[in-house]
Design a protein around this ligand. Structure first.
Ligand code: SD4
Length: 336
């Protein structure tokens, strides 16, 4: 049995660690980024429900989702409310308010949500609305469609009472102005998009839901849409099997339909961890220039076992389970 480091950022009770055995290969988060309590623990115990897992260090979002689940509400409700926390955080520069703009200076947002029935709703390239995850849910529940884009998505949101707001903060505007001086576009691994949220949750009934919300790649071309709002790529849920979600260079996730692939691999018997690793390897096989971009996946199966894997070091996940909100640095492919 291997020793593994888990980083505990918050604990509501003193219960013993019973984290899913599939969270493997974890490493410490650099101390300048966090002031965590670091514990070496062995994780061979059974996964328990409910559970929330999200891409990146989004402890406030997972904490909100957990709170909603503790109230006995659905995983769908937990996903929406959890994602909304980060969307409203002006300091996160790749989700909602404060997201870095496209090359014309417009903040355009993509998001999608899936419920236990396998229903799906999304908004793509929507401007001026702080909570695309909530609009995506409305698309799923209140329209005969599954995706609304651009102006249409914005008008739909406004018709429901969502407020129009300027999402470009001073900090993001300044960063864009600096970028314009270079006039060269190159995605930077783990830097320009470090907190796009992909979130998966299983509620007390054992039902799975997921969401994904982002402002996409910084300084992208106007009109560019990534993987995050596209079913099967940025997110996929099958309540009989599990769910998966992605972060990183969306073009690569789209070309391999990564989240759907992971769920199908779990259907064939792979663990969430094995499925995430296989999906990353598919990308690497297709794209010899993988040194230049990052992709990270997380997955959960019906039992609440989780997996996470990325191409490069520097990807983090946050898992709330057994009353503990824990950030992990998952295992990755490109070991130098
Ligand atoms: C995109 N996948 O628009 C998103 C960006 C992202 O972490 O997830 N960054 O391609």
């Amino acid at each position: 049995m291997k020793r593994r480091n888990f980083i505990k950022n918050a604990s509501l009770t003193g219960v013993g660690l019973t984290v899913g055995s599939a969270i493997i290969g974890c490493k410490e988060i650099p101390s300048e980024e966090k002031t965590p309590i670091i514990e070496n623990k062995e994780s061979e115990l059974t996964a328990t429900l409910p559970i929330v897992i999200a891409t990146w260090n989004v402890e406030n979002s997972t904490a909100k989702a957990w709170e909603v689940l503790q109230e006995g509400k659905s995983s769908l409700e937990a996903i929406e409310q959890g994602c909304m926390i980060e969307e409203a955080n002006a300091e996160g520069q790749s989700v909602g308010l404060g997201g870095l703009p496209d090359r014309d200076g417009n903040v355009t947002l993509d998001a999608c949500i899936m419920n236990k029935e396998g229903d799906y709703g999304a908004v793509v390239c929507m401007q001026n609305i702080i909570h695309p995850i909530a609009v995506a849910r409305k698309v799923m529940e209140d329209t005969p469609h599954v995706i609304l884009a651009g102006k249409g998505a914005e008008q739909f949101a406004v018709s429901l009472g969502f407020k129009r707001e300027n999402l470009l903060t001073e900090a993001s505007k300044k960063a864009w102005e600096e970028w314009k001086k270079t006039s060269e576009y190159k995605p930077i691994i783990n830097i320009e998009n470090h907190d796009t949220i992909g979130m998966l949750a299983i509620d007390k009934n054992g039902d799975i839901a997921g969401g994904c919300t982002t402002s996409g790649l910084a300084y992208k071309m106007a009109g560019r849409v990534g993987d995050s709002p596209i079913i099967g790529s940025g997110l996929f849920i099958d309540n009989e099997i599990g769910g998966a979600t992605a972060t990183g260079l969306g073009e690569e996730v789209l070309k391999t339909v990564g989240s759907f692939l992971i769920v199908e691999l779990m259907r064939q018997g792979k663990s969430p961890q094995e499925a995430c690793e296989e999906a990353i390897k598919r990308i690497i096989k297709k794209s010899p220039n993988f040194e230049n971009f990052q992709v990270g996946y997380i997955a959960v199966n019906k039992k609440g076992e989780t997996g996470a894997y990325s191409i490069h070091e520097g990807f983090y996940t946050t898992t709330y389970q057994n009353n503990e909100n824990i950030s992990n640095a998952p295992d990755f492919y490109n070991k130098k």
